[in-house]
Design a protein around this ligand. Sequence first.
Ligand code: ADP
Ligand code: MG
Length: 564
Amino acid sequence: VSSSETLGFQAEVKQLLHLMIHSLYSNKEIFLRELVSNASDACDKLRFEAIDHPELFQGDTDLRIRVEFDKDQRTITISDNGIGMTRDEAVDHLGTIARSGTREFFSKLTGDSQKDAQLIGQFGVGFYSAFIVAKKVSVLSRRAGVAETEAVMWESEGEGDFTVAPVEKADRGTSVTLYLRDGEDEFLNGWKLREVLRHYSDHISLPIQMQKEEWDAEKAEQVKKNEWETVNQASALWTRSKSDITDEQYKEFYKHIAHDYDDPLAWTHNRVEGRSEYTQLLYIPKHAPMDLWDRDGRRGVKLYVKRVFIMDDAEQLLPNYLRFVRGVIDTADLPLNVSREILQESRDVRVIREGSSKRILSLLEDLAENQPEQYAEFWTQFGQVLKEGAGEDAANKDRIAKLLRFASTHGDSAAQTVSFADYVGRMKEGQDKIYYVSGESYAAASNSPHLEIFRKKGLEVLVLSDRVDEWMLSYLRDFEGKALTSIAKGGLDLDQLADEDEKKHQAEIAETFKPLVERLKTALGERVKEVRVTGRLVDSPACVVVDQNELSPHLMRMLQAAGQ
Ligand code: ADP
Ligand code: MG
């Protein structure tokens, strides 16, 4: 056809294709999960657009996904009657990777297929996984609402380029046909395909249909009948009762909605009834996404209203410090035509946000208490984000404080494993404060001369070096009545903890050094507020401290760096 065009893949796509084929081969049946997942997303999108434009359905409202195979052609076809793609959409969506963090992801690849497979897992695989088993992929698509003659055929052999050509297609939606590589014939089998679909895609809320088959004694083989049957449960997973859902199904559902390849760390599934009515199925991922610190990164959960998909990334449904949570919230309290602006204002949304925050905090408390290794894994990935909650979520500040973990002089390690409760449990007789030292790195903070006296007295000090710490501390002033106290500030009342001899000794020293103190005061003049003899140093001769009520030097440097 003369109007067929050949276009090159974005460089990243080429890299991804190559990597995928070589590193995910041992788990090749995931291609089916990814293509079914896309078909399901496409149907969700159509249903959503049709809320305002019901004519898009053109009389066909029974959304479904079909999986067929052809032994002679050696093909598998996954088709849907969802939203479809225009030519431009096909070029954009199947020729480039738009996800944020893409560049960073590719810069981390090492060439070692084992390590890279891990990374791909975190990135998500998607459409291109078709090329693990296919030597050629054809995508025939017609966007809902456009004419029969304006369909598109996208084809590629998964190397440098792809072609697009205008074609006709009688019905709306997309069918993806895979021309299998040699040796992949195991997928040309109804049993095998059903097994893979049940394993990976049972949670899909739309019917996934395959042709019925019957044993033909004469031919001595299964033959297909002209009749479709649904091979999955086809009900939205979150609407089923917990006892009917296996862990495996929860995990597969997570992979579908989070576009993650790895299992989730934990989840919570609840139905709330009464004044407000909603279902929440929320997951904590194992890995921080690439865009966790990206202002425009994905955040929030999928919103459904009475089973109808409304939007991805509804960030209003969770506070910002829980932006790593993925999942679904399905409510009966919002109108189908709800917009992001309405979400912003809605009282019902506030109730859901508060309820969801509590659920996640309970889930974390449960992990911290019963599965400390898993909690430690969580903390490494998301601890810095959770710390933001101390400032952002005043109502849950105390619960968040209990979930915090710090490095400490107790273990003398940069690992953040000590909770406030651990610290308080080790406090000395007469100690009424929680001491901390802060710095730009663990090494800088833990080598502070201020620590000398604390080490000598055997007093534990928390070592804070994350960027958010100072900010967090401006909201978190104490824990269970024990003031959080910087050891770099003046007026540290360590005397209570000194014994009688020590006190007498210090008084004598102060007397002896009075003349020196006077000379230093004169010499330093305006530059200091005060010069005094201290008992807080052991090996260093002198140190600079700030007054109790002033900004710490670390925070001052941060503010200066920020131009304030
Ligand atoms: P993701 O699903 O994470 O967005 P994929 O690689 O699986 O990434 O798919 C890329 C994009 O291609 C989708 O976001 C979608 O826009 C488009 N797409 C893929 N399959 C279909 C389909 N069956 N119908 C409509 N659009 C599709
Ligand atoms: Mg996908």
